[in-house]
Write a new protein. Sequence first.
Length: 356
Amino acid sequence: MTAIDPAQLQTERRARLFTRINRLDGWFKVLGLSFLTPLLKAAAGDNPKAQARQIWQLLGVPVLAILGFLVLWGNLAPRVETSLGAIPGPAQVWEQAIVLHDEHVAEQARKADFFARQDQRNAELIAAGQADRVRERPYTGSPTYYAQIWTSVQTVFFGFLIATVVAVPLGIAAGLSPTANAALNPLIQIFKPVSPLAWLPIVTMVVSAVYVTQDGMFSRSFLTSAITVTLCSLWPTLINTSLGVASIDRDLISVSRVLKLTTWTKITRLVLPSALPLIFTGLRLSLGVGWMVLIAAEMLAQNPGLGKFVWDEFQNGSSTSLAKIMVAVFTIGIIGFLLDRLMYAAQSLFTFSDNR
């Protein structure tokens, strides 16, 4: 019987632990949490000096930069006087973020009370034999900050989805066919630089003329914002898809002709796997562009969402308006970062699946 060496067991356990940490590292990078890898390695006892250097680079420097920014902001902001008062510092902005949260909680409580009273009234009418007087009325309270965030996120995803459905097939066609590329290129060069502020009046008039129903699935304001997002965000995906398809190995296309593959098989088996990295790069760019365009469109058209919130606070002119606008600015930036991370995670999943 062979004796088990405890030192060898310990070495094997440690090797398995570091293998797991290295596997997790890819997902940490996707989520923007790269600093967790050296922290875990340091905790596992792997060269603490080298890991400390990595921790400082990935965590210490960013945290120090953020703290420096907050200190500068807190010291310089009160010195700038505007028509709405001094620029708010970090403390005032955080205070208004809490106020917006409390307003949301209070509005949700009022909404719950409204439906509870309505249900009680309807139950009493039914019990009294007056079921014909039962009414289900919607709650018409003002939208909260969280509701406006959700509206903007829904709108940008809807516009982005339409842009993707349009841009990816056109990009594949342009990448595979010189004729299609020659036909699409002038249109891309003309319409790509057009500002959302130029598209918005046209889209508003077209939606008002075409979408005449009052009880449709979508409101006119939602469609106006979403279509504006589509028109401005489809170009990065179209261009990158075309570039990715055009840059695949021509030998693969020749092989597909020899094997007499159908067009669908050629696209799904050869073209898309090769062009996927550039397609996702275009999708990430398009989503970022769409998010920026949406805020501008909501501000100009006064459509529900974060853009309208910012404009309303600017027009309100109260002593807390600037702080609330800055809350919205940070919200827009954080959501933009999360949207990019979401697309990067999707790209990593598809790439991993493709590699397998």
